[in-house]
Design a protein around this ligand. Structure first.
Ligand SMILES: [Zn+2]
Length: 128
C-alpha cells in the first residue's frame, strides 16, 4: 500500500473520532489501489456495523472497476490494538482486517487474517 493510501485511512479514522470508523480496501495482487470509507451504521465508539447500502455500492464499484476486495479496516479509538473477540466472531470475508487503534493520541495500524475463529497477524507494507 502506498503512503498516500495509508494516510487516507488514517485521516478517515481520525476525522470520525470519537466514533469507530470503518471502510474497505480494493486493489489487485495484494496491492491497495483504493481506500473507501463506509458509514458506521452503529455510530458507536465501541463497535462498527457497515451501512449495508453503502457497502453494497462499494462492492459494486470494486467489481465494475475490475478490482478485488483486499481488506476491511476499522478503528478502535480507545484500543485494543488487536482484533477484538467481536471482530473475530463477525469477520465475514476472507480479507485482511486492519485495526487502527489509538493510544495516548497516537494511531497505529495492524493487519490480521481471520479464519476459523482465530486471528493471525500479517505484515502491512508501505511502498513509496
Ligand atoms: Zn474492532
Amino acid at each position: 500500500m502506498s503512503k498516500e493510501h495509508w494516510q487516507e485511512m488514517l485521516d478517515y479514522v481520525e476525522s470520525h473520532l470519537p466514533l469507530e470508523a470503518c471502510g474497505l480496501l480494493a486493489g489487485t495482487d495484494n496491492r491497495v489501489e483504493k481506500v473507501m470509507g463506509v458509514r458506521n451504521q452503529a455510530q458507536s465508539p465501541l463497535r462498527f456495523v457497515m451501512d449495508p447500502g453503502e457497502q453494497l455500492k462499494a462492492f459494486d464499484w470494486i467489481e465494475s472497476s475490475g478490482l478485488d476486495l483486499l481488506g476491511i479496516f476499522h478503528s478502535h479509538p480507545a484500543g485494543p490494538e488487536i482484533a477484538s473477540v467481536t471482530d473475530i466472531a463477525e469477520a465475514a470475508y476472507e480479507v485482511i482486517h486492519i485495526v487502527w487503534s489509538r493510544m495516548e493520541g497516537r494511531w497505529q495500524a495492524r493487519g490480521f487474517w481471520i479464519e476459523h475463529g482465530k486471528a493471525s497477524e500479517v505484515t502491512l507494507r508501505i511502498i513509496e
